[in-house]
Design a binder for this molecule. Sequence first.
Ligand code: GLY
Length: 580
Amino acid sequence: MKKTTYLLLLLVLYSGCHSLRKSEQLSFNTFNAVSQKKVIVQNGAVVSAHPLASKVGLEMLKMGGNAFDAAIATQLALAVVYPNAGNLGGGGFMVARLANGDLKTLDYREKAPIKGFKEMYIDENGKAHTELSQNGHLSAGVPGTVAGLFATLPYARLPMKQLIQPAIELAEKGFLITAAEARSLNSLKKTFEKYNTVRPVFVKAGPWSDGDTLIQKDLAATLKRIRDNGQKGFYEGETARLIVEEMKRGHGIIGYKDLKNYKAIFREPHVFTYKGYSIVGMPMPSSGGLLLNQMMKMVEDRPLPEYGFLSPRSVQLMIEAERRAFADRAEYMGDADFYPVPVSMLSNESYLQDRMKDFVPGKAGSSKITQPGLSPVKESEETTHLSIIDRDGNAVSITTTLNNSYGSKTVVGGAGFFLNDEMDDFSIKPGVPNMFGAVGGEANAIMPGKRMLSSMTPTIVLKDNAPFLVLGTPGGTTIPTSVFQTIIDIIDFDMNTEDAVNQPKFHHQWLPDRVDIEKNFPQSLRASLEKMGYTLQERESIGRTEVIKVLYKTALNENFKGQFFEAVADNRGNDAAEGY
Ligand code: GLY
């Protein structure tokens, strides 16, 4: 080999190694998380519940990854920096649109363990013990998130080793917690002590303060096992051993077989049209796609734009659509692998028009119980949503959860992650409301291996077959109603994205028969609804909606060419939009 060729080869090799090393370092300061609420960009955008997680997703896009790379890395980062809902020990749903136009929905919802059974939370006197379905070891379903990440990987471009590295760094070196995060950890100190067999890092001698560094060594070690051994690094080997040992110490029932057999499943997307748009949602075991379909079709033929945003007429109409959809949820919806959910009937247009036959403008409807044994459904609101898009046209909408804030409150000893309390999303006893007051019957009863019904509504709206909106929100049963209202605000009321995200939301879920409203819900509207016969209840904020809207050049000004992504993060939390 000639000397110059040899030198050239060395140079190429060196620059290759150099760029690899560089690509593994994060370009942003993990100790400086500033929340950006809106970006308008051309190459790709990420919106999530935490600024560091959104930055990690952006980093992957900049390193040549696509929306799927960003989705995997953002979820892993959320598992570290947003432990109240980001997770390894929970589950979620992904709705995706590939650059080639294909639509995918991925179900990585938790499952009831093999030892689970219908009356597992009911004592000999017939009393349902929600403290067991909502806290501690017995409330945990078999986690699905890690299987979901690996099922997503074939659509990504970068190796898992690179996608997981930011999460490992954030866990190992730590990150600064905010005042709100410190308050939340402090308020749960006693609860964490109660439900843990090994003292977790989230409990410390003194109180947490704004600006403290949260370092999670056990979690970093779990992430490294996943990096080195793939899915088996979680569902088998040391992590599985730690989970099963934790179960033994806390009288839980998840076993090795539950973990080894867990599979994420690609399902047929739930797609419907609304005023010329195609709406792509999650099918069972999430009620989200079908509920959204029902609510939107129940109002489609009414002149909403003429009624106007937050007018008594439009709000009443939407409340009544919400009431009817949630009544159907309680009666018919559950894991379709175990129960024959009549999806075609429930989404049939004449059925839905029929459902609205008894709607009386100006008069509150009623929530009669149509079937004995149905009871209000209550679901935890501490879920989290991420919306991502890239310049090739891949769009990813993911909602993931531990159910309650910090799930079961139980951290797997030595593994550093919270287990979910998703078992509470089953109808643990017909007639007994879950933590969201939502009711369910036989369709959502516990069976071994069954997935519990969810309300998560990750959604993509297509216009002329191209992505128009990528959206979703946390919020338990308020999720489908928040997504419903956000889409109506944009399509029918022609509202800008920030207002559609941040303007007050309302919620009705059939039972309890009342309308939940946010604090800034207009007074005159309250009075009008009360006059119609509605009971209103003011509550904390509803959802944290993350929206990416695709703008075309005419939406900006003529000097710009092509499409732009307007990514908006909800003001209700520390949510952040990033893009480039
Ligand atoms: N745990 C909230 C949901 O799945 O809807």
